[in-house]
Design a protein around this ligand. Structure first.
Ligand SMILES: C[S@@+](CC[C@H](N)C(=O)[O-])C[C@H]1O[C@@H](n2cnc3c(N)ncnc32)[C@H](O)[C@@H]1O
Length: 282
């Protein structure tokens, strides 16, 4: 049976100790189309918008409820401010979170500092998505993650080796992140899902379809595509400054990201129905 999307009240502020406070009055509908828009980001529990570029908790919640079940093990290898791990804990899934930046790990740990005795308390540490050495093959039930979009937001100032947010060159970014994609494929169980939110950018007056380059690497590394969900961005600046620039330079402000949901096929699965024969010929 489909789980309901219950949005818990602010358990952190209420210091609710006797378990996870699921405030059923805040029930909202599950997303059923391929366009998601959350003009008001969820602020329940310890969520807040203060980690730059973090995704709305509604994104993590919808993915977790659709592609995992209670007691599953979820991985976010670029966890940032911990949005997906907070949701995993609230929804009674086990979870692992890594980030290459110790500051992100510290912030995440602080945000997870509620209901400490809960057996779903996530394990979080500094780590690189490209080297998930201590995670066994085929041990993860769901991956949900959100890489930097090239160097649009720099999460460090160049002092952290391996920080993808310091790479401005598209080819270098794709090459490095591909190592991570291989690791994601290795650790995920067969017939399980990997959801990744990624956006595009502009350079030299042209559109850089970063998301599509990333998607191609997932497909070439063995994943198959389950969904391409368009997520509307609400933090875009439509001030008079940008309106003027749009007219002056004749372009459109990017107002969407892609939430790609990939599936790792089962061993020996017949993929004839879903693999496109022309893909390898390109
Ligand atoms: C867009 S943020 C993630 C935000 C997160 N979804 C949230 O809601 O808070 C991307 C994160 O990737 C991290 N990162 C960059 N390169 C990484 C790498 N090689 N391995 C792991 N994390 C990395 C950055 O430090 C940053 O925190």
């Amino acid at each position: 049976m489909q789980e309901k999307l219950y949005f818990p009240g602010n358990i952190y502020k209420k210091k609710f100790l006797g378990g996870i406070n699921m405030d059923k009055s805040k029930k909202i509908d599950e997303e059923i189309t391929s366009v998601w828009s959350f003009p008001n980001r969820g602020e329940w529990s310890t969520h807040s918008g203060d980690y730059r570029g973090n995704f709305a908790p509604q994104v993590a919640r919808n993915v977790i409820l659709k592609y995992s079940k209670k007691d599953d093990l979820i991985l976010d290898p670029m966890c940032g401010g911990g949005t997906s791990l907070i949701e995993a804990k609230l929804l009674k899934r086990h979870s692992l979170g890594f980030d290459i930046n110790p500051k992100a790990v510290r912030i995440t740990k602080e945000k997870l500092n509620f209901n400490d005795k809960c057996r779903f308390h996530p394990k979080v540490r500094v780590g690189d998505v490209r080297y998930l050495d201590d995670i066994e093959n085929k041990s993860i039930d769901l991956i949900i993650t959100h890489p930097p979009y090239l160097d649009i937001i720099k999460y460090s100032k160049g002092e952290i080796k391996g920080d993808l947010s310091n790479i401005s060159n598209l080819n270098v970014f794709i090459k490095r992140f591909s190592q991570g994609i291989k690791e994601l494929f290795r650790v995920l169980k067969g017939n399980s899902y990997c959801a990744i939110l990624i956006g595009d950018t502009r350079k030299g007056g042209h559109y850089v379809p970063l998301s599509y380059y990333v998607m191609e690497k997932f497909l070439k590394n063995g994943f198959v595509m389950k969904e391409d969900i368009i997520k509307i961005q609400h933090n875009c600046n439509s001030s008079s400054y940008w309106k003027k620039k749009v007219k002056q330079y004749n372009f459109h402000l990017i107002m969407h990201e892609h939430l790609f949901v990939f599936r790792k096929p089962k061993t020996n699965e017949n993929l004839d129905r879903i693999k496109y024969s022309h893909f390898n010929e390109i």
